[in-house]
Design a protein around this ligand. Structure first.
Ligand SMILES: [Zn+2]
Ligand SMILES: [Zn+2]
Length: 321
């Protein structure tokens, strides 16, 4: 912990927004109940299947149950993640139409549930011209924001930094900044920073200097005021690989020191930290606890715990499997 450039504020660790993407199996409210059971104070969920174009709006009963579960669990931050099929920069007209319709429903469902943000990837250019794709994305988003403003919606759109895999948009901070400018810094639009994605896209977080360079680059291009959510995922693949494979906190290429710095950074610690790591059933609780312990200054990575017996290979396997 001694390489931290600041003091850990113990008073904020219990009030921290730390959680996971949880399952809605058996009902939307279950995402909150599961979240509570594994120590989340923040939750991300899918309001419908992420692999399908259409879904149905939550029924009045489902909404009621959801609100009741929110009250019961005290989970303070909830966002949704949109369907993976949506491409608001699609070159093909039919895909664009479906995407606009599907994204509009995503916002409607999230708004009906009282969620604060819908996290979205910015689509892909599919080798039909990158520049034109950004322009299409901006036009799409502007039209959706207009329509949903008129409908009185409150839910925001959080543009997620991507890994730069394939022809995906939004893996460089400048590209996100271009979109924010294109939508005139609309107040219902923010940004979600995914640690795995930015790392494999080439933004290092490991050493203190590299960490500062990356956070400052984000601030100078996108602006930290626009940052609303952090997806806390370690990375299986190396820096700049542009391959998106999430790893358990502290067990990947990014490592525990970077996450400790991240959850204790006074510029970021008010934000929700959401894990989207593998083996969710056994490991979400572990990853959430790791972040919470880091925020409390109690966990600095496997085998590097202060005043602890050295952790053996065995124990590590047990923790990660
Ligand atoms: Zn993410
Ligand atoms: Zn990812």
């Amino acid at each position: 912990m001694s390489d931290l450039p600041f003091q850990v504020d113990e008073t904020i660790t219990n009030s921290r927004l730390i959680g996971a993407h949880t399952s809605t199996s058996g009902g939307l409210h279950n995402a909150l109940l599961t979240g509570k059971a594994i120590g989340c104070t923040a939750v991300q969920l899918f309001t419908k299947s992420p692999k399908q174009w259409s879904g149905s709006a939550p029924s009045p009963e489902a909404i009621e149950k959801f609100h009741a579960a929110r009250e019961e669990t005290g989970i303070r931050f909830v966002c949704s993640h949109d369907s993976y099929l949506i491409n608001l920069a699609a070159p093909a007209e039919d895909v664009m139409e479906k995407s606009l319709r599907a994204f509009t429903s995503e916002l409607e469902y999230a708004d009906a549930l009282g969620l604060s943000w819908v996290v979205t990837h910015m689509g892909a250019h599919l080798n039909k011209g990158e520049d034109a794709a950004y322009n299409r994305f901006i036009v799409s988003l502007n039209s959706i924001l207009d329509a949903t403003d008129k409908a009185g919606q409150k839910v925001g759109v959080a543009l997620e930094t991507t890994a730069g895999q394939g022809t995906g948009l939004g893996w460089q901070f400048e590209q996100i900044a271009r979109v924010l400018e294109g939508i005139n810094h609309h107040p219902r639009v923010g940004v979600c920073l995914d640690t795995c994605h930015i790392f494999v896209a080439g933004y290092d977080l490991r050493e203190p200097e590299a960490y500062e360079t990356t956070i400052n680059a984000f601030d100078n291009t996108i602006g930290l005021a626009n940052l609303k959510i952090i997806h806390a995922n370690d990375a299986k693949k190396p820096l700049g690989s542009r391959v998106d494979r999430h790893e358990h906190i502290g067990d990947g290429e990014i490592g525990a020191a970077a996450f400790t710095r991240l959850v204790n950074d006074p510029r970021l610690c008010h934000l929700p930290f959401i894990v989207e790591t593998p083996d969710s059933e056994e490991m979400h609780a572990v990853n959430v606890k790791r972040l919470r312990d880091m925020a409390g200054g109690q966990w600095t990575g496997n085998g590097r715990q202060e005043n602890a017996v050295p952790i053996h290979e065995e124990h590590e396997t047990q923790l990660t499997k």
